[in-house]
Design a protein. Structure first.
Length: 574
């Protein structure tokens, strides 16, 4: 199934707008007749009647089937300046197709789909509900379809936003910026997957072994309790001893000690009675430190691993608590190689070695508890982190929907944000390669938003929706095809840079220079010459030199001689 058309009556800044997502057909809606009309991109009617139903004509003369990949039904990029409403289009689609959230939409709207060569409709028309609304084409009533029955749908965004309210009670797989903090384990699962090595090599400028990828763990509960300086002298002494142990020693021990004291602090902070443990702990009256870590840690580990009767506290479930207990048992009973990294008293940094993968992978969910412990990629650029975050969530979704025969809609909002231009240039190709290798579902449809011309160069113009400053969509801002277009020419298109293709600061400086040259005097000729020579654009520089030389002719004979002597010397040096 493929979404080919959207009409919205009223949603945020979108007022009675239609959006054509098809690269085969052009569709439009007439509110008065409540009719859809459709033409092919080659001209002529797109639908023909067969036994009282409508079927799409396949125009292979003007349309390339399976252009992106046999698994991909279509890709559409919604391109526009900031505040043009790109994200609103995606928000609307995901709200409308989700059975749990579409009740928020009270105005009319139309979603038109193509399935098995036939058109299907979902939405609200003539102020009716979704159950009673009707839509016709060529005088024939269109069949209805429930998108949530047909689609698995995903939303991903790198943009800091407040999208959670959109997806409350929604069937959409939500990877919005705010929700990503709750899905920390997805990164661990991705790094242990066969897809990771290939992805990392593609993104790295140099060959990078996976074990050199590091994670930094933040023991939140321990840090908060330690900073609050608890009054209980016993727990305070225990914290002091663990703090020293975390500062020195092997990376393996720092990780083991960090997990141990962090879980203990979490229980203490949430009112769990740990007095049976503290009664066995000895405190040095002079220093306030608990006994040596070699004897203290076994006592704490034993208490935690044998603790029973745990009930859910905050975001830590009973099941996750048991995973922590299993992890502690393994750390106590086996010595692992977690790499060698620099000391860090505020966090624990580990190499993602094979040993670390083996002990963590099946317990990845415990790192989703932000009030207990969190983690993130370490020593990566913001671009690399953004890329790996996206692919880790896609990989997680592929695991979640394994075996599903549904089609898949992937909506990515500003997915190329934070990326270096070289990665922006490769973004679509990398995305296509990745999703077609990990998903085994029905057809995949991808909708992207961006304000970058790099994406336009990778897509035919029929696959691009350009939103102007009023949020109105058009596919006709480019006279010729955008596919394979020169990125510089696309960037200087008036849609992106209506006020020129140089920085505003440079533009003002050059305009001021052009205005001031006619008033140049003998004493500042060299200053003006240096300012002209630093301009990189040759046509602008040549124009300013013309004005400059005109002014030179108006200055004193001595200055004119000096100027011409400088030009002669330049010619001799060539």
């Amino acid at each position: 199934m493929e979404l080919i058309y959207l009409w919205i009556d009223d949603f945020r800044n979108i007022k009675q707008q239609e959006f054509n997502f098809s690269n085969q057909y052009s569709l439009t809606y007439d509110q008065i007749s409540n009719e859809i009309s459709a033409t092919s991109i080659g001209g002529g009617l797109a639908l023909k009647e067969k036994n009282g139903t409508l079927e799409f004509e396949e125009d292979y003369e003007h349309y390339l089937n399976d252009f992106f990949h046999p698994k991909i039904s279509n890709i559409t990029a919604i391109i526009g300046k900031n505040s043009s409403g790109k994200s609103n289009v995606i928000d609307f689609i995901l709200t409308a197709i989700s059975s749990g959230s579409r009740g928020k939409l009270k105005n009319n709207y139309i979603l038109l789909f193509k399935k098995n060569s036939q058109p299907f409709f979902f939405g609200r028309t003539e102020k009716r509900g979704t159950e009673t609304s009707m839509l016709s084409c060529q005088g024939i009533k269109l069949s209805k379809i429930n998108p949530s029955d047909e689609w698995e749908s995903m939303f991903y965004s790198n943009v800091a936003d407040n999208k959670n309210y959109i997806f409350e009670d929604s069937t959409v797989h939500n990877f919005s910026f705010k929700n990503l903090s709750k899905l920390q384990s997805n990164k661990i699962k991705f790094v242990t997957s066969p897809s990771f090595d290939k992805t990392l090599r593609r993104l790295s400028s140099i060959k990078q072994d996976t074990k050199n990828l590091r994670f930094v763990f933040y023991p939140t509960a321990y840090t908060e309790l330690s900073n609050s300086d608890p009054e209980d002298q016993k727990i305070k002494g225990v914290i002091l001893r663990y703090r020293r142990a975390l500062k020195y020693g092997s990376n393996y021990n720092k990780f083991k000690y960090g997990i141990t004291i962090n879980l203990l602090c979490f229980l203490y902070h949430n009112g769990i009675n740990i007095s049976p443990l503290l009664e066995k702990v000895e405190i040095d009256g002079k220093t306030g430190f608990a006994e040596k870590i070699a004897s203290l840690d076994p006592k704490v580990s034993k208490f935690l691993t044998q603790f029973v009767g745990y009930t859910e506290l905050g975001s830590l479930s009973s099941n996750d608590f048991e995973l922590y207990q299993q992890l502690l048992k393994e750390l106590v009973n086996t010595q692992y190689d977690f790499g060698v990294v620099e000391n860090n008293t505020d966090s624990i940094i580990v190499d993602f070695s094979e040993d670390f993968k083996s002990i963590i992978y099946k317990k990845a969910e415990i790192f989703n508890t932000q009030t207990l412990i969190s983690h993130d990629w370490s020593q990566l650029s913001s671009g690399m982190r953004a890329y790996l975050n996206l692919f880790s969530q896609l990989y997680y979704l592929a695991i979640q929907i394994t075996g599903s025969s549904k089609n898949l809609l992937i909506c990515i909002d500003e997915g190329d944000l934070y990326l270096h231009p070289e990665w922006q240039k490769n973004f679509l190709n990398d995305l296509i390669e990745f999703v077609t290798s990990i998903f085994d579902t029905g057809k995949i449809q991808i909708i992207l938003t961006s304000h970058s011309p790099f994406l336009i160069s990778d897509l035919p113009k029929e696959n691009i929706l350009l939103l102007n400053e009023s949020g109105e969509p058009t596919k006709h801002l480019f006279a010729d095809s955008s596919f394979g277009g020169n990125i510089h020419q696309l960037f200087t298109n008036q849609f992106f840079l209506s006020t020129g293709s140089i920085g505003e600061f440079a533009k003002i400086k050059i305009q001021t220079l052009l205005k001031d040259i006619p008033n140049m005097i003998d004493d500042n000729v060299n200053n003006y010459k240096k300012r002209i020579e630093m301009i990189g654009e040759p046509i602008l520089r040549y124009r300013l030199l013309e004005v400059f030389e005109t002014r030179i002719k108006q200055l004193s004979n001595e200055k004119k001689i000096d100027w011409h002597m400088q030009q002669i010397e330049k010619l001799r040096q060539k």
